[in-house]
Design a protein around this ligand. Structure first.
Ligand code: DP6
Length: 362
């Protein structure tokens, strides 16, 4: 089993003066949720997610060699303009990954980042943002160490992304990604995500329409939320259930059982929110419109027998999941009945994608 120290490079065979890369990294939506963590971004339970395609962060990393500096040297741009409010997050990330990327203080970096989804849409950009940053740094490390394998590149990128934001480790590579030790999953690790490669064709191009119910700032940061699972009265049962649900969903995804998928995914979403409602302090992130949408999805499913379901992340927005072959009917239903519950009638059409992509390499 790999240990964190396996990601500390011994030496580099090349020197590089300057250059730049640009990568895109997608967001992801968990099916079995990560909620609760230990020290060093180790998850309290394993999770699995669909990688998205259209909701992405695009990050350009420009670097030039400097005399080794005592501090990290970087400029930060968001959509081309300086963004000081992002600095502490990046500074914190660099501190956490420095031991694994010992070249960081030998360069000045410009990090220029943008999202394809509207900001303050309530869509977390930390997963896509941290994954995009991690692959950029791995591109530089690959130039310093050209014999690096693609497998090591992806694993370490996921490992680094996790140190920025846990769920980010599921955004690096693969359509469906598992993260966290799980007895029944060979090669599973708390340290990085890896692709679940047995996806049945029923889930090919699975759709995710994200209904923007509340675009406001998060009421509760995920760090605070995860912390509330410490000493939570139901924590142990919940963590055990996540292990069992991961076993179940792996089989569901493999045999293509869309009906069982619906039940498990909705139950996971409601369990996540139930954990929030039963922690101390307790909180509710769903809004009245979240519940309106859930009820309408249930009614529509009963009437039509179309296997459409919902999932939620740590907020009020609703992810509507459905197979590609019912796209037309479901989109019509969304437009007719659900968009009235969205803020400014906004929603984003997305689907399963495959992970980070290199855009510029020079
Ligand atoms: C509810 O990955 O945002 O979306 O590790 O503190 O950055 P940090 O948390 P984060 O938590 C995501 C929680 C979730 C469920 C999930 O994505 O599995």
């Amino acid at each position: 089993m790999l240990k964190p120290s396996d990601f500390i490079p011994k030496n580099y065979s090349q020197t590089i003066e300057k250059g730049s890369f640009q990568w895109s990294a997608p967001s992801n939506i968990a099916l079995v949720k990560y909620w609760g963590k230990m020290e060093n971004q180790i998850p309290a339970n394993p999770s699995i997610s669909f990688t998205l395609k259209n909701c992405k962060t695009i990050t350009k990393l420009t670097f030039s060699k400097i005399e080794r500096s005592p501090n990290f040297s970087f400029d930060l741009l968001f959509e081309g303009k300086p963004k000081e409010s992002f600095r502490p997050k990046i500074q914190n990330f660099l501190e956490r990954v420095e031991v694994y990327l010992p070249f960081l203080k030998d360069y000045h970096f410009t990090i220029d980042t943008q999202n394809t989804f509207p900001h303050s849409s309530g869509i977390a950009s930390s997963a896509s943002g941290m994954a995009a940053l991690a692959v950029n740094f791995m591109s530089l490390e690959k130039q310093l160490n050209p014999q690096m394998t693609a497998e090591y590149f992806n694993r370490k990128a996921s490992f680094l992304a996790r140190l920025g934001s846990g769920s980010a480790c599921r955004s690096v590579k693969g359509k469906v990604v598992i993260w966290g030790n799980h007895e029944e999953t060979e090669n599973s690790s708390d340290l990085f995500g890896f692709e679940f490669a047995e996806l049945h064709s029923n889930f090919e191009n699975y759709q995710d329409t994200i209904l923007l119910v509340d675009k406001g700032e998060k009421q509760v940061s995920s760090t605070v939320g995860h912390d509330l699972m410490n000493n939570h009265p139901f924590a142990e049962n919940r963590f055990e259930q996540a292990h069992q649900n991961l076993s179940k969903i792996k089989n569901i995804l493999k045999i293509g059982d869309v009906n069982e998928f619906v039940k498990l995914v909705e139950s996971e979403a409601l369990t996540l929110h139930a954990m929030m409602m039963t922690s101390m302090p307790y909180f509710i992130l769903m809004k009245p419109n979240t519940l309106e949408i859930i009820n309408k999805i249930w009614k529509f499913r009963e009437l039509t027998s179309i296997s459409v379901c919902f999932t939620l992340d740590a907020g009020a927005n609703v992810h509507v999941l459905y197979p590609e072959n019912v796209c037309e009917e479901v989109l019509q239903f969304i437009k007719n009945e659900l968009v009235v519950h969205c803020q400014n009638e906004q929603y984003i059409c997305d689907e399963i994608g495959s992970g980070t992509q290199l855009i510029i390499d020079n």
